[in-house]
Design a protein around this ligand. Sequence first.
Ligand code: GLU
Length: 569
Amino acid sequence: MSKRLFVSIAPLALVSCATVPAETAPPTDVGTVASADPRAAEAGMEMLRQGGSATDAAIATMLALTVVEPQSSGIGGGGFMLRGLPDGSVESFDGRETAPAAAGADWFLDTEGKAKSYRDVVLTGLSVGVPGNVALAKLAHDKYGKLPWAALFAPAIRLADEGFVMNPRLNGSLEGNIDRAGADPLMRATFYTEAGDPRPVGTRILRPELAASLRAIAAQGPEAMYGAEPAAELAATVAAATPLAAGMTPSDVSSYRARERAPVCGIYRSYRICGMGPPSSGGIAVLAMLGQLERFDLAALGPRNPQFWHLFLESQKLAYADRELYTGDSDFVSVPVEGLVAPDYLARRSALIDPERAQSYEAGVPEGAPQARADGDEPIENGTTHFVVTDSAGTMISYTSTIEGGFGSGLQFGGYYLNNELTDFSFSPAKDGVPVANRVEGGKRPRSSMAPTLVWDPAGRPFLMIGAAGGSTIPVQVARSIIGVIDFGMSLDDALALPLAMDFGRTVVVEQGSWLEAQIGALEALGHQNVRPASPPFRAVGAIRTPDGWRGRHDPRLDGILDPSQKGA
Ligand code: GLU
């Protein structure tokens, strides 16, 4: 069974958002946090009120999300964090999971050398990468933390110790998902009744084992995760679930390092846009889509014009053809980052677009292009969350955190879910005899789509922080939101509410139930094929700077499924 099919039959985890409730989060002197869960946003706000930096608040938010949004992210997974300043400087931190040293070309192959199915590997140790979020947090905190390390853990520990209220979103994610979310006896007992039903909305959920892990990491630092003893225990847990002779080893865990990476930046209509570079494809894809659209007067077309959606779909296809061929972990493969986002290259790519007719595109040949093959894998996952923070100094943080699929691998260690991030690798190491950039290699990071993004306005002032969950749809969601704000002059609320159309290769998905559905005929008339309505997990979170200060906003698709009574629970 293909990965996509498996995902589409799994219950929608309804990732992401609920921010600081959009209308009740007035700008404050201390800053703003917008996240997928108001309780996690409140954890970040608590740090800001204590005089913490945006980095402190982001880490506290990530930790609290581990507790209250276990379907989407956590310390058993990884993430990317962008940090930008009002002066335009920007840095990025990479806490992406790594493959065990033993992993190689045959990691996802069966005895006949054929790629196994996603379903066969996802709930095993084969899918688990060494978690990176705690190492990322330490790297960032050492540089930019103001509060003591242990203070960042207090809200998450409190939520895990005292419990938090089951909300409709978590309840919905658990529904019909006991094989994954309840695969481990501890998690089953935590989230399900004895009869195997998700604990009802409103139930207080306690997570004492997770509280103990958080307490240990608060007291001892990352040593409590990557030190000899916990590393051996974590590796043994994963190895025991790995159907190969060699699995994760203690040194895989203890040798994990978060990295600082060069962000990828570009200019779109005089706005400066910075995103995450390799091992993510997110920043490159966002800049490519925007750069290829710059020659068109999108503002004149407007969002309700099928011509705009046609151009957007064409730009997606161009960007994703390059993404599949060239992007991967740049520690292992050569990724021509600068070439892929160079304005003259994007202008050449854009020139291929026929405003009157849909086409298919091969990858281009940017400056520095190596020889490689595309793998064509297009996952839509739902184990990810995005959040943004700004502090009183105007620091901007855009952080996407993930365990890959909803509830990750279903494996549990220390009271938290372990990721299934390694399924973001290409399962086949080569295509037509040529290695694919995103093949499995020991110690390598799988390619990501995550796109934490920061935008400065034409005057160079901080303007927008944005990101999303939703696997391969993430860059498209981010580009759509930026176009909404910059080209269509929309409020962030309206930009996030815009429907989406995405080209998935064999099909073009138009968001079900949206007004865009009425344009399917017009898109077909422009040559788009297999256009069908569907509801992929489109979920973006962001904040925009207004004359009255920063405003955190979430995707309105979550309205109505968040229980306001959970706030501060
Ligand atoms: N693991 C995916 C990535 O890094 C994200 C999955 C999701 O958004 O749910 O691209």
